[in-house]
Design a protein around this ligand. Sequence first.
Ligand SMILES: [Zn+2]
Length: 400
Amino acid sequence: MIYVPSRMGQLNRRALLRRLQKLGIASRAELAKSLGMSQPTAGKIVDELIAADVLEEVDMAETSVGETSLRGRPGRKLRLNHSKSRLLAIQLGLQSTTVTPLALGIPDVDEWQCQFSLAPNESESARVWENQLRAAAKKIGREDFLGALVSVPGVLDEQANRILFSPNLHWTEKSDLAQIVRRVWKLPVLLVQEERALALGHHLANPDCEDFLLVDFGEGVGGAIIVDGKPFANPLPISGEIGHTPVLGNSRKCGCGATGCMETLVSLRGLLESFSTATRGKKNTWPQLREHISEKGIEPWLASSLDAAATAIAGALNVLGLRRVFVTGSLTELPPAVMAHLSQAIESGSMWAKFGRVECVAAPRRRTAGLIAMGIDRLIVPDSDTKSFSLQKIASRNQA
Ligand SMILES: [Zn+2]
């Protein structure tokens, strides 16, 4: 292998940032030691990253309880910059878009500063979206962002930064969303598949959990897979499209063009449609459904919908050899009997359960954490030189 100093430097930066993400907080010496780097090498990278506002130093006295104090004089420790917003996050949902500035520390919960509804008419969507982003830009102000990350539904070509197919938002297939965002903010823009963002966020918050399937239930049903701590199947994240698995006997039409997809039964709309039918149109709202389940438990119509989801999930586990499922979104907001039923049904369909243990656990959505992980990996220390950011450039701009 040819030794290329700049590439080596980038690999060291990535390694150091990854380690710090995992540790949360560490001294220069601890970082160097745990990475097997010399102290001068680690120190140089740290100085560069501090100058670029990617890392910040904190006094030990300021850090939260539970961290071991150093013997002797309290030292300064390092963490990802919590104080300055370095990234802009945009979340495109089926009904609305949310926008927020993000610092690089892992947020406990997703919080969005601006929210606006999508245009009701598909032919106007792109134009209205751009105008709404301009309004959001005014509200948020021109902070010194390193780049923008846009969480999007559908099948995304990450390399081309384009949406190939979006069952529920077809207008995004014909629009260059990255270009629209660039026109508003003049920043490097990365589209991130929404379920992949959730899975990366879950992994960032739980770094020891390296192999899992995450399934999100909401306006649609989607999944993402993390294997060995990394998203499965680059660059087309089509691997988690679990919601479009056909269910025998289901005649509902899906936005993807097929008939009988699982998500038509267990998406928010799908569940409410079945609930309305089961109560002869008397009840059809989410709070009513919650109350109904608390009173009546899992009725046959709900059981068969959950079983359909579990069958698709168990199939995915059997193919991938995974035994952990994290469920986020609407199903986790329903009474616990729902997750218990789903979990039981997944277990009975999965090979792992025959001789080991299958875990199916509710988890919070951590989309902003996933966007931060993606921003650090692809914008701040990218592994290819093509879209490389110059940290020196950022640092000199900060000092100017
Ligand atoms: Zn479908």
